[in-house]
Design a protein around this ligand. Structure first.
Ligand code: VG1
Ligand code: CO
Length: 562
């Protein structure tokens, strides 16, 4: 086969966001749009690409197959030696990360827009992961973006027949321009399942789920929301751990449009699961995952909600019951800046290093590679450890079940015990989706001006008879302790004297308009059982007030509250 060079012109909007390039499917379908971006990923890899192996796969959403066929042809023409692809194009994001590490390959291309809806009218995404298995750092993404603004041609092998190639397991070899090019289609779950078996004690987890002479079965309900985790959930929970395919799992067949739902595990978009747990009190535990399987939501009996920030803290406090950490030890902890600081208290008590990084999993990678970070999380339903370099929804559920098994306690009791020891970081996030970009930008600019205005620091803000004194305010910047790279403008922070915080960011994962996120947090040592929305009400009012949110966005109510 012979490769050809195709002339093309740049697109202006190929800047990767918080987690890769995400656009409507119809944008990726435009002539040369996908081709350009793939060629720019390869160009950014430079001479490392020649003879390299890459992993390719994603959450199976609409447009995955044509995108993979494009990747196969362009890779073959750019002297890649081998692609390892999941059958039917399916790999969860954590599974890609695991495979890159297990096979020690150059990197991987993940085809997903994560929790964004899928299908012909919705979103698609392409993300590059580097050789440690993690999302490309800013410097590489910026380089890819630079190239997309200048691209004039791409290389491809149009005669390479890809039809149905990814449907069948096996290896195909081609001769392209006199070089050997290999495509290996592998089982989507095998390596990942093996990894989970090394990390956790499957015998104990099976006993928990099936019940023993001494203990009744712990009744779980896992919701894959028609996303990619379905195949992993069936394999791990039903086949390996003996969960019931009828009663313990739901929506476990991945659909390319996620059944027209928003595959995002939170109280709004996974309300279905919340309702199931409320209706049926025999469920002890519920969990949901997002489209690509890196997010998780944890619920207890009667849908008792665990905030991701608390989830991280509870796991940090109990890691020693998981074989992986017994063997490898527990190094530091980390969270993204907007994530509530509950885990910081655990770190302080256990004497572990604690890091606060910008939003996005790519910022955890260097710390893990340097052996300084074992467990980390984000308030956006992301939890994970240094077993891979992505957040990992299934891992989080297996970790929670390990803690539950070990402590022989339910979710709610574990949380209450935790709060009794550490106090409680009340946390909520308000999202305003698809706001007009201009209004959102103007609001952020207003906040920028406000926080540097004279007398803002030191000011007392009040609502509902509660007063908060501003101790500090800034736009968060981060210097990576390992490579000293700098990430600026990562969110406006208003920090109060009593440790309460308000944070404002614009989302970097949407595909149309802007999404405003407001993160609200306070800490209570003793009053730990109040409803979070009640406790945070005064701070919420202050946050909307100082941002003049209604004036800038026209919005009365948030789209999603978590
Ligand atoms: C959101 C979350 C962030 C997360 C990112 C990717 O980003 O806030 O914490 O890392 O999504 O998650 P943003 O820029 O929209 O706030 V996912 O599930 O795409 O891997
Ligand atoms: Co995701």
């Amino acid at each position: 086969l012979e490769s050809v060079v195709v002339q093309t012109t740049p697109f202006e909007d190929q800047k990767p966001g918080t987690s890769g390039l995400r656009k409507k499917v119809k944008v990726f379908m435009e002539k040369n749009y996908t081709e350009n971006f793939i060629q720019c990923i390869f160009d950014a890899l430079g001479c490392k690409l020649k003879g390299a192996t890459l992993v390719v796969g994603g959450d199976g959403r609409y447009f995955s197959k044509p995108a993979i066929n494009t990747i196969i042809r362009i890779a073959s023409a750019n002297e890649v030696s081998k692609l390892i692809i999941g059958q039917l194009g399916i790999f969860s994001t954590p599974a890609v990360s695991a495979l890159i590490r297990q096979h020690k390959v150059l990197g991987g291309i993940v085809l997903t827009a994560s929790h964004n809806p899928g299908g012909i009218r919705h979103d698609f995404g392409i993300k590059y992961n580097i050789e440690n298995g993690g999302p490309a750092p800013d410097q590489i993404s910026n380089n890819i973006y630079e190239l997309t603004t200048k691209i004039t041609q791409y290389k491809t092998t149009p005669t390479l027949e890809t039809d149905r190639m990814i449907d069948i397991l096996g290896t195909s070899k081609f001769n392209v321009d006199g070089r050997e090019f290999t495509v290996e289609i592998i089982d989507s779950t095998k390596n990942y399942v093996a990894l989970m078996k090394e990390i956790f004690d499957f015998n104990k987890l099976r006993a928990l789920i099936r019940g023993t002479d001494k203990r009744p079965a712990f009744n779980i309900l896992l919701d894959s929301m028609n996303g990619v985790t379905g195949v992993y959930v069936r394999n791990i929970f039903v086949e390996e751990l003996g969960a019931s395919p009828d009663n313990n799992v739901r929506r476990v067949v991945p659909l390319d449009n996620f059944g027209e739902i928003h595959p995002d595990p939170n109280l709004t978009y996974a309300k279905d699961l919340v309702d199931k747990l409320k209706e049926n009190a025999s469920y002890d535990f519920g969990a949901a995952f997002d489209g690509d399987g890196d997010r998780n939501m944890i619920l207890g009996k009667n849908a008792f909600f665990v905030t991701p920030s608390d989830s991280l803290a509870v796991l940090a406090n109990n890691l020693d019951c998981i074989p992986y950490f017994k063997k490898n030890g527990v190094h530091g902890f980390a969270r993204s800046m907007p994530t509530a600081a509950a885990v910081d208290r655990v770190a302080a008590k256990l004497g572990k290093e604690m890091f606060e990084v910008p939003t996005g999993w790519k910022y955890f990678g260097n710390l893990m590679d340097a052996g300084r970070l074992s467990l980390c999380g984000e308030e956006s339903f992301g939890t994970g450890s240094d077993h891979i370099r992505e957040k990992d929804g299934l891992w989080a559920v297996l970790a929670w079940l390990s803690v539950i098994e070990h402590k022989n306690m339910g979710v709610e009791d574990i949380l209450k015990e935790h709060w009794k020891t550490y106090g409680r970081n009340y946390f909520s996030r308000y999202d305003y989706e698809e706001v007009e970009t201009e209004g959102a930008n103007a609001m952020m600019q207003h906040l920028e001006n406000l926080i540097v205005s004279k007398d803002f620091v030191g000011k007392t803000l009040a609502s509902n008879c509660k007063t908060y004194k501003v101790a500090n305010a800034d736009n968060f910047s981060y210097v990576d302790p390992i490579d000293h790279s700098v990430a600026k403008n990562q969110g406006i922070r208003v920090l109060f004297e009593d440790g309460s915080r308000l944070i404002y960011r614009l989302s970097g994962t949407g595909s149309s308009g802007a999404t405003v996120r407001i993160y609200i947090e306070c800490y209570e040592k003793d009053d730990v059982l109040t409803d979070a929305q009640v406790m945070l009400r005064p701070l919420v009012n202050i946050s909307l007030d100082i941002a003049q949110l209604k004036k800038f966005t026209g919005r009365e109510e948030p789209t999603v509250i978590t």
